[in-house]
Design a protein around this ligand. Structure first.
Ligand code: FNR
Length: 380
């Protein structure tokens, strides 16, 4: 991994190792992918204020997200089907995050189950919840997350219906899935990946199969998931979930000032400014462009986090300068996983930590908690 210096290097290696349909699943956005691209590109528009001759010794990246200590304010975002980038992917990513001292968030749509993650970690992880129409299933998930001692529930609000991702449809990742000889060939040409998969029992949605009514195999699963996202989800449901969960709650998918104020009124602990990595509403603004407005709209009434387009420690720093208390990476850790399993996830985190540290120093700051808008260059 020593020759891997950037997240782009990890991405190139993952592309060589992961079958096309699963690499594309990670690497795609909705429709024209305009929002997906804007998430990355808009970070480049934010300029930093260079300072000189300030003491740069004894720097610290330690911080807190929702009152929990983190070695740097970067969590792993919830991502579905992570176990298809690398066998047992969620377990490996959770272990890498735990060793690094940053939060890992398990998706409802993960391959490894809540119990799988609990069995390979010693510290609490976070669980992301999709509210399905089958509310008994939702209650079951909440109780399992409690039993596993998850220390936060991340409630995703921006997927009441599934955005259209053309690459997935073309690749047969639709409901029901369509596997053709072309897809078998894509897998056969990735022998290392095939060997990993043959060596694990976990190849289906571990949180769902055997737990949701009527889901027993791949076909019933695909029918169930395509029908289960709830188009009628409302703020009342958020209140119900908050009550039922009773622990730290993070609302994910806020991209609008009005929704941000509604999120504050729920009494949640944090919100994530997010457009689902450009996978839902194509044409929506980038997360980083909305962040300052949302921070201003909610004042200090709630912790604001951000995800979408972070590909370097510099991007993390820019989000923190605008007032985010924490950030999340999705694709960067997925590329790491595809490129080299647990070591690849660790490498993604190391790359980001190093860039964050050096950039902070060159901005004349020693403590990540002191970053603010005064560290950004104003004007042209
Ligand atoms: C996601 N995301 C996501 N979000 C969520 O709440 N539940 C989920 O199951 C998933 N699944 C998922 C799969 C894949 C392959 C990706 C890339 C993303 C969205 C994710 O949590 C996060 O918002 C974005 O990934 C952030 O953008 P970047 O860091 O990938 O640019």
């Amino acid at each position: 991994m020593n020759d891997i210096l950037t997240i782009a290097d990890l991405k190139a290696r993952a592309k060589r190792r992961v079958p096309k349909m699963f690499f594309d699943y990670a690497d795609s956005g909705a429709y024209t992918e305009g929002t997906y691209r804007a998430n990355e590109e808009d970070f480049q528009k934010v300029k930093l204020r260079q300072r000189v001759l300030v003491d740069m010794t004894n720097r610290s990246l330690e911080s807190e997200m929702i009152g929990q200590k983190v070695s740097m304010p970067v969590a792993l975002a919830p991502t579905g089907l992570t176990g298809m980038q690398h066998a047992d992917g969620e377990m490996l990513a959770a272990q890498a995050a735990e060793e690094f001292g940053v939060p890992f968030t398990l998706s409802t749509m993960s391959i490894c189950s809540i119990e799988d993650i609990a069995s390979v970690t010693t510290k609490p992880f976070w669980f992301q919840l999709y509210v399905m129409q089958d509310r008994d299933f939702v209650i079951n998930l909440i109780e399992r997350a409690k039993a596993a001692k998850c220390s936060a529930l991340v409630l995703t609000l921006d997927l009441q219906i599934l955005g259209q991702r053309h690459k997935d449809i073309r690749n047969g990742l639709s409901a029901p899935p369509k596997f053709t000889p072309k897809h078998i060939w894509q897998m056969a040409t990735r022998p290392l990946w095939c060997m990993q998969m043959l060596g694990t029992k976990r190849r289906s949605f571990g949180n769902i199969v055997g737990h949701a009514k009527s889901v027993t195999d791949l076909t019933s699963l695909s029918v169930w998931t395509s029908e289960q996202f709830d188009p009628q989800l409302s703020w009342r449901d958020v209140a119900w979930i908050k009550e039922r969960w009773g622990g730290k709650l993070i609302l994910k998918g806020i991209l609008d000032e009005e929704d941000a104020r509604m999120a504050v009124s729920t009494g949640a602990d944090a919100m994530i400014v997010s457009n689902h990595g450009g996978r839902q509403l194509d044409g929506a603004p980038s997360s980083i462009s909305m962040l300052p407005r949302i921070v201003d709209a909610v004042g200090g009434d709630i912790e604001v986090h951000l995800d979408g387009g972070i590909r370097s420690g510099q991007d993390v720093l820019k989000a923190l300068c605008y007032g985010a208390k924490g950030t999340y990476i999705g694709r960067p850790f997925l590329y790491g996983l595809g490129a080299g399993g647990k070591a690849g996830v660790t490498r993604a985190l190391e790359i980001i930590r190093k860039e964050l540290d050096i950039t902070m120093a060159l901005c004349g700051e020693r403590d990540v908690r002191n970053l603010s808008r005064r560290n950004l260059h104003q004007g042209n």
